[in-house]
Structure formats: structure tokens, C-alpha cells
Design a protein around this ligand. Structure first.
Ligand code: DSN
Length: 420
């Protein structure tokens, strides 16, 4: 672990916040499905001299001089991304997932064009056309849903019917809170019937795809994948767009990211993406990705065994959604707040067609990527379910919750967080 002596001496207030966060991560259980822990090597290069360099443009075609090493790391990131996801083109410059999606829309759409995406309460993401986002002032978003929330099967008939009626330029799959695997081939068939481009926002499952624990949409003929790099992929915070070389799609994407939408790339994060992708190419990453899914399935089974109501009755990926109202007669917000008190962090979440509001929804979302990075396996999944059930049973007993928090801390100390 770095000493942070300079930070301690220069800025004690920020140092104190850093120390608090490091202790919180070490002493607590991280179940937010979109979070993970980077390796010390990724962390080192993120905090490096690459931060000091401007590098507008792309490797070999930059606007400023002095690019031999920025070109080297960006090329490594691109080549490793292409190898990981079996694709022909990678743009590793998007600063995050939202800019990656927005740059893709601007690359492929004209104002007023239509995107067909998943209903947001069924697992879609804000950037897939939530009315609060500015994208909805420019593009037209229409929706499909799950057909059956007991199994999670998507309504492909509705998707086809809507596609035929609305003529979307893009059909979008890939979700933030969906525990099953879409049938990418079926979506591709529908897109072919209406002449739409297929786009998969794989932010949540990119690491599972890289580790062969989830199908790769490119294998079903998809045109574009967007993703973040910091969730299951276990890299630095950032985004990425992957596509085929067909037509001028790759050129349009690159032009849209820079100069269309972003300025100077964040070179220390691009260097860190190169390191993380190198780690994901190693055989041990496959073991990790498969364990993430095994852990999620095991935890889901144990929740259901104790009577919890899971949306889609289980999971095929890294996450699960629990209807807290039906399971425990509590709201998602109440469960999130209660579990925070015992050092278990997760997020409240809307459930499909939720009658409640986003800040006070009916459900919670749980994911296993971070705890799997710490080395937890099936027995620990059972222990975590037990901790959560204990907290719910003792929710009004302050001293029992304090004792439970101590137990959670002792449990966590057996599983060190990388880099702390
Ligand atoms: N905030 C991310 C998530 O939790 O899914 C997506 O933007």
C-alpha cells in the first residue's frame, strides 16, 4: 500500500477522507453490482506522469508533440481490448460509460432519429433515454420490456412489433439491473428485418464477456459494444467503444469521440486501461469471471431458500434484484439504510413497473464482482445472506446491530482489499 506521506503532509483534510474511505472499503462488504477493486498495478499507473500529458487525436495522429509513450500505451490498450472482445476496432478514449453512449448516438444518428431500448424500470440505463437526460431532447427513444418477470425473458414480439412501427436506427440491449442474458441472435434478426444497427451497452457484464462467462454480442453479429471499464472488467474508471471495421462505422465513432464530443484524452486512465486489459487477458481472469457468476447464483439460491422474492427468480450473471416490499415488508431505501449500519453496502433499485419512486423504490440490487475480487466464494455467500437476514430480524435492536457490525468487520478482515 502506498504511504501517501506527501498527501498527509500537504493536505491533511483530503488525507483524512482518503484514510476513512480506505478503512470503509476494507472493513465493509461491497455489494454494489457496478463496483470493484482495481489492482495495485492499475492504481500505480493511474497516479502517474501520464496525467501531465495532453494528447488530442489518436496514436500516430496527434495535435501536440511528445507522444511516443502516450502512443505506446494507447496502442497497447486498443490492441488488448480488440483481443479481449474479439473485435476489429476499439476507441479507448471515452471518459466514462455515458460519454461512450452519447458519442455513439452522435456518430450514428441524426437529430430526431429513433433508438429502441429496454424500459428503464425493467433494467435499462439512464443514458438509454431516460426523460431526465438531454439525449431525449435530440433523439427519440422507444421501449421494449421483459415479457415475463418471473423468468426475465424479453418480449421479442413487442421488440419486433415496435421496430416495424417506429423504424429505429439503433436497437439497444445491455442493462444496469437485469439478471438474465438477452438472446443476442434474436435481437440481431429483428434488427436485420428493419435495417437497424445493433448496439450492446455491456458496461455491467464486460468482465464476464472478457472472461468467457457471458456470451459476446459480436458472436451474434452485433455492430457496436459500449462499456465502462471499471465494473466487472476491474479496470480504471472510464469508457470504451468497440465495433467492426465495416463501412465507415469505426471512423464515425472515432470522429464522434474526438473532436466531436471530448477534448484531451485522460492518458493516465488510458494507460491504466492497458494494464487492466492485460490482466483480463490472463487465464486467472477467466477463473474470476466464472466465480463472480457462481457466487451470484449461490447467493440468489440462498436468498430464495429463505423466502426472498427475486425478480426473474434468480440470476445468470453477476447481479440480482430483490423485491423488498414482498420479501420483508420494507422498502429498498429502508434495507439499504439498515445494511449500511452493519457495513454492508448495496443500492436501492426500482423493480419492473415499480409503483414507488426512484429515491424510495421497492427493491435492492446486489452484485458479486467486488466480493469475488476479495476472494470470497460460495460459503461466504451463505454467510452474507445470514448477516443480512440477521440485520432484518434485529432491525429495531440498536445494540444487536452494533454487534453485527463488529462481526461483519471481523469477517471482512479475512479478505483484504487489493491496494489498501
Ligand atoms: N451507476 C452505474 C450502476 O450502478 O449501474 C451505472 O451508471
Amino acid at each position: 500500500m502506498p504511504s501517501y506521506d506527501n498527501l498527509r503532509a500537504t493536505d491533511p483534510q483530503v488525507f483524512a477522507a482518503y484514510q476513512g474511505e480506505a478503512a470503509r472499503q476494507q472493513d465493509g462488504v461491497e455489494l454494489i453490482a457496478s463496483e470493484n477493486y482495481i489492482s495495485p498495478a492499475v492504481m500505480e499507473v493511474m497516479a502517474s506522469v501520464f496525467n501531465n500529458k495532453y494528447a488530442e487525436g489518436y496514436p500516430g495522429h496527434r495535435y501536440y508533440g511528445g507522444q511516443q509513450f502516450t502512443d505506446a500505451v494507447e496502442t497497447l490498450a486498443i490492441e488488448r481490448a480488440k483481443e479481449l472482445f474479439k473485435c476489429e476496432h476499439a476507441n479507448v478514449q471515452p471518459h466514462a460509460g455515458a460519454p461512450a453512449n452519447i458519442a455513439t448516438y452522435f456518430a450514428l444518428l441524426e437529430p430526431g432519429d429513433t433508438v429502441l431500448g429496454m424500459d428503464l424500470s425493467h433494467g435499462g440505463h439512464l443514458t438509454h433515454g431516460h426523460p431526465v437526460t438531454y439525449m431525449t431532447k435530440i433523439f427519440h427513444f422507444v421501449r421494449y420490456k421483459m415479457k415475463d418477470i418471473e423468468t426475465g425473458a424479453l418480449d421479442y414480439d413487442l421488440m419486433r412489433e415496435t421496430a416495424k412501427k417506429e423504424h429505429p436506427k439503433i436497437i439497444l440491449v445491455g442493462y444496469s439491473a437485469y439478471p438474465r442474458i438477452p438472446d443476442f441472435a434474436k435481437v440481431q434478426t429483428i434488427a436485420n428485418e428493419v435495417g437497424a444497427i445493433t448496439m450492446a451497452d455491456m458496461a455491467h457484464v464486460a468482465g464476464l464477456i472478457a472472461g468467457d462467462a457471458h456470451p459476446n454480442p459480436f458472436d451474434s453479429g452485433f455492430d457496436i459494444i459500449t462499456t465502462t471499464t471499471h465494473k466487472t472488467l476491474r479496470g480504471p474508471r472510464g469508457g470504451m467503444i468497440l465495433c467492426r471495421e465495416q463501412g465507415d462505422i469505426a471512423k464515425k465513432i472515432d470522429k464522434s469521440v474526438f473532436p466531436g464530443f471530448q477534448g484531451g484524452p485522460i492518458m493516465q486512465m488510458i494507460a491504466a486501461k492497458a494494464v487492466a486489459f492485460g490482466e483480463a487477458l490472463k487465464p486467472e481472469f477467466k477463473v474470476y469471471a466464472h466465480q463472480v457468476v457462481k457466487n451470484a447464483k449461490h447467493m440468489a439460491k440462498h436468498f430464495m431458500g429463505r423466502g426472498a422474492r427475486l425478480i426473474t427468480n434468480g440470476t445468470d450473471n453477476h447481479c440480482m434484484l430483490i423485491d423488498c416490499v414482498k420479501s420483508w415488508n420494507m422498502t429498498g431505501h429502508d434495507v439499504e439504510t439498515l445494511l449500511d449500519r452493519i457495513g454492508i453496502t448495496l443500492n436501492k433499485n426500482m423493480i419492473p413497473d415499480d409503483p414507488r419512486k426512484p429515491m424510495d423504490p421497492s427493491g435492492i440490487r446486489i452484485g458479486t464482482p467486488a466480493i469475488t475480487t476479495r476472494g470470497m466464494k460460495e460459503p461466504e455467500m451463505e454467510k452474507l445472506v445470514e448477516f443480512m437476514y440477521d440485520a432484518i430480524a434485529k432491525k429495531t435492536d440498536d445494540s444487536a446491530l452494533i454487534r453485527l457490525y463488529e462481526e461483519v468487520k471481523q469477517f471482512c478482515r479475512q479478505f483484504p482489499v487489493p491496494g489498501t
